[in-house]
Design a binder for this molecule. Structure first.
Ligand SMILES: NC(=O)C1=CN([C@@H]2O[C@H](COP(=O)(O)OP(=O)(O)OC[C@H]3O[C@@H](n4cnc5c(N)ncnc54)[C@H](O)[C@@H]3O)[C@@H](O)[C@H]2O)C=CC1
Ligand SMILES: O=C(O)C(=O)COP(=O)(O)O
Length: 310
């Protein structure tokens, strides 16, 4: 019988459903031999595994969309198939992007602080409008598209940075390395939706920030390491970057001593933009489908290119 290693991230209902498909399951947190495991299923908890002990491992199915926390080079070398939860959190994160753009534009934190202090005060500058603003998405995948589609209603200019210049809806302009500098001069908002890879690590660094428009605001719902956090702090302190909504950080949980917590123009969420109201069926759809396919030896869906990292 095919043996599946599960982490506690797979909830009890689905552990039973996986057994019903005819798999033998073993809970990672309960220990046991790893020698005869064929499949591994879970999310972030899988990074605790020493994959070299799983001698028979054929495939890994993830609850997450990001794959950066796994030994991708090892998977490539061993021919271990990796499938992620592509697109599953796009709706919740698409809304979160819109919510964050509005928070930044409408200075929400100012009002929350004044309300908590029972103060009837207005900010020095008006709230303005998103209409006519330029929003540059880094990445044009499922999260970027979900955010951008929702933003069409606000009359913003939608720019998408990607490697190939091929047009892609709903972005009005595609930006590549060739014209990134010009786009940075125009963008009022940068929205990061890139996977963390060797290429995107610290992409938003001092050099890039120096090319941005004064007053730019940044949203990161992707991975913390895409931003050089120290540089961002300096640029926020100088006021060149006028605001940031950060859901992800170089080190999670964010250090309680980080200056980011207390900055007026910074909004922090604890890697929670993806969370749903418990819509488990959707969250497990890909994994269940892949388990059925694996049994029948059919091609799997949402297979990640472990060489590229997404
Ligand atoms: N905050 C959270 O809770 C969540 C964060 N994420 C993160 O967001 C990332 C993106 O998710 P999706 O949009 O679903 O991924 P996706 O795979 O649909 O899209 C990623 C896009 O980035 C582009 N890309 C990759 N490397 C690039 C580079 N060097 N230069 C330019 N473009 C590049 C790809 O071509 C693709 O269009 C995930 O990899 C994950 O790390 C995903 C879900 C939840
Ligand atoms: O799907 C993703 O990549 C996410 O960031 C969601 O959070 P997780 O990694 O599952 O804790």
């Amino acid at each position: 019988m095919t043996k599946v290693l599960l982490t506690r991230e797979i909830n009890q209902t689905y552990r039973e459903k996986i057994k019903d498909l005819g798999y033998q399951v073993q809970l990672m947190e309960e220990g046991g031999s790893l020698e005869d495991i064929d499949l591994a299923l879970g999310g972030l908890a899988l990074r605790k595994l020493d994959f070299s002990q799983l001698k028979k491992l054929q495939a890994v199915f993830l609850t997450s969309m990001g794959v950066d926390y796994l030994p991708l080079d090892y998977f490539s070398k061993k021919g271990i198939i990796l499938a992620n939860n592509q697109g599953v959190y796009a709706e919740t994160i698409g809304e979160f992007i819109v919510f964050n753009l509005l928070q930044l534009q409408k200075a929400n934190r100012f009002f929350i602080q004044k309300q908590e202090a029972h103060l009837w005060e207005k900010p020095k500058t008006g709230l303005g409008t998103l209409k006519g603003k330029t929003v540059l998405f880094f990445g044009t995948g499922s999260l970027a598209q979900a955010g951008a589609r929702r933003l069409e209603a606000f009359g913003v200019q939608l720019l998408g940075y990607r490697k190939s210049p091929k047009p892609q809806a709903p972005f009005q302009e595609i930006v590549t390395d060739q014209n990134l500098d010009q786009a940075l001069k125009r963008a009022d908002f940068l929205v990061l939706t890139l996977p963390k890879t060797k290429e995107t690590y610290h992409l938003i660094n001092r050099d890039l920030l120096a090319k941005t428009k004064p007053g730019v605001k940044i949203i990161n719902v992707a991975r913390g390491d895409i931003i050089q956090e120290e540089a961002l702090v300096d640029y926020l302190e100088s006021g060149h970057v006028a605001g940031a909504c950060l859901d992800v950080f170089e080190k999670e949980p964010l250090d309680p001593a980080s200056p980011l917590w207390d900055m007026d123009q910074v909004y922090i969420t604890p890697h929670h933009s993806y969370s749903s109201e418990g819509d488990r069926e959707i969250e497990y759809k890909t994994i269940m489908e892949n388990l059925k396919r694996f049994k029948k030896n059919q091609p799997l869906i949402h297979v990640v290119d472990t060489d590229k990292g997404y």
